[in-house]
Design a protein around this ligand. Sequence first.
Ligand code: NAD
Length: 268
Amino acid sequence: MKVKVAILGCSGRMGRNLIQAAIEHKSIELIGGSVRKGSSFENFDLGEIAGIGAIGHKTTTDYQTLLAADVLIDFTSIAATLEHIQWCKQHNKALVIGTTGFSDQQVETIKAAGEHIPLVLAPNTSVGVNLLFKLLEITAKAIGDYTDIEIFEAHHRFKKDAPSGTAVKMGQVIADTLGRDLNKVAVYGREGITDERDPSTIGFATVRAGDIVGEHTAYFADIGERLELTHKASSRMTFALGAMRAAFWLSEAPAGYYDMQDVLGLKD
Ligand code: NAD
């Protein structure tokens, strides 16, 4: 049986790719999707928004019309996602959250919702990036204690948060592996007289330019050599396909708070 999926935020950059990925996925049935209230895309055919021809389902702002969905996929905004979580709790729906930029406190709210419904919080749904998280853990364990660790990320000019959720998660994975508190060791950008580098810090650097889909590099640098682990996304479809994988996996999961490592079976 196919998993019934609804896409929230259909007219966004990710929304359009998610529609296409849902239509192409052999085990998923796209039953509808939402746009924000007042959007000029209300009542538009989902297929037409994605540029692949009409499919007979129109966008809505009335979430009651999405009750047939088993799983909702949300790549919208922080405020919208927090509202969507409440709706999913009320109606016992599973939720894949791709939205990024949540504060620690907001993540706690999302975790608490996982006691009632199955949800995946995935600041990056690409399979390659999630494998990168695993490689970072291995690398940090092996050489993280004596190398300088820096994280670089680049995204398109329209991105609203910085550093990216993925860059922060990379830092979190490394800090957790090394037993450091990221809130204490993170250095976000440098300017002026900075003094010598504190070896316990994890640095973050951000570029926003043009149409870069997403690039992330972690540097583990010593005197005489450095290791760079890089992921480059060349199309948003990679995130959309990963989100479908998460939705399919979540449809069979009990209530709980999950991430892509759970979805991909990368946890020890
Ligand atoms: P975008 O601005 O192009 O799209 C967001 C869409 O959400 C807009 O169309 C907006 O109208 C819609 N929206 C806002 N409030 C809504 C509501 N209440 N109901 C329905 N729709 C609503 O942004 P984007 O580039 O598509 O990114 C969206 C989010 O996904 C961002 O947080 C971004 O950082 C994140 N993102 C995550 C991944 C990942 O792999 N997890 C990949 C890319 C982007």
